[in-house]
Design a protein around this ligand. Sequence first.
Ligand code: SF4
Length: 251
Amino acid sequence: MHECFHRGTATFMILGNLCTRGCTFCSVPKANPAKTEMPVDAREPRHVAEMAAAMGLRYVVITSVNRDDLWDGGSTHFAETVREVRRALPKARIEVLTPDFQGDTESVARVLDAGPDVFNHNMETVPRLYRKVRPQANYQQSLDVLQFARRHRPEVLTKSGFMVGLGESPDEARQLLRDLRAHDVDVATIGQYLQPTRRNRAVSEYVTPAQFDDYRDFGLALGFRMVFSGPLVRSSYMADEVNLQAREHAR
Ligand code: SF4
């Protein structure tokens, strides 16, 4: 379990610290479940909730590694974690940052039905770079997951993020924003890719602050409720701001 604490907000990573995928930008250790045991700790949902309550959190982000080896992609465990946190902290807002569940809408629905306030699934990059950056993922599938979330639970805010500096062009980044809006995503986050270890993909470019501002303005003109765009923006950046907007949205 991983957590980071900032202004009443923390992110918890569940379902272990080994991932079944090999995204080249990510430093989470990879494992093959045929060769490595990857047990799921049934007590984890309760433990996350207990820690979140002990920290007195106002905004809880729950994320996970990919678990393509599990029959439900880990969605039952994910949903149970949402329910336990809700029980322990009824006033806190809960954001789920989920994998794509290989496009399985039953798994996505299972997590949404547990009652999060925000559904976040990151696109990470533009489609041309998927094969090199997110080799086991599918661009359209991720868009479909986001749109399904909006339609299945219209009251839940949808959110997605991507990195720049991976080799995309500004036109490609703008098209990604258009695609997100066309799939009813409410909030976009855009941040600079930084190479986490030497084994990861190299940075192609450090994007200028003016270019980040251009993406933000472009996104807002498309109709996003919020666009966070800047070199240091990360997926759960300003989660408490999203929290405020989520309250507005729920009214
Ligand atoms: S699926 Fe997520 S945790 Fe796994 S390698 Fe990709 S970004 Fe990292």
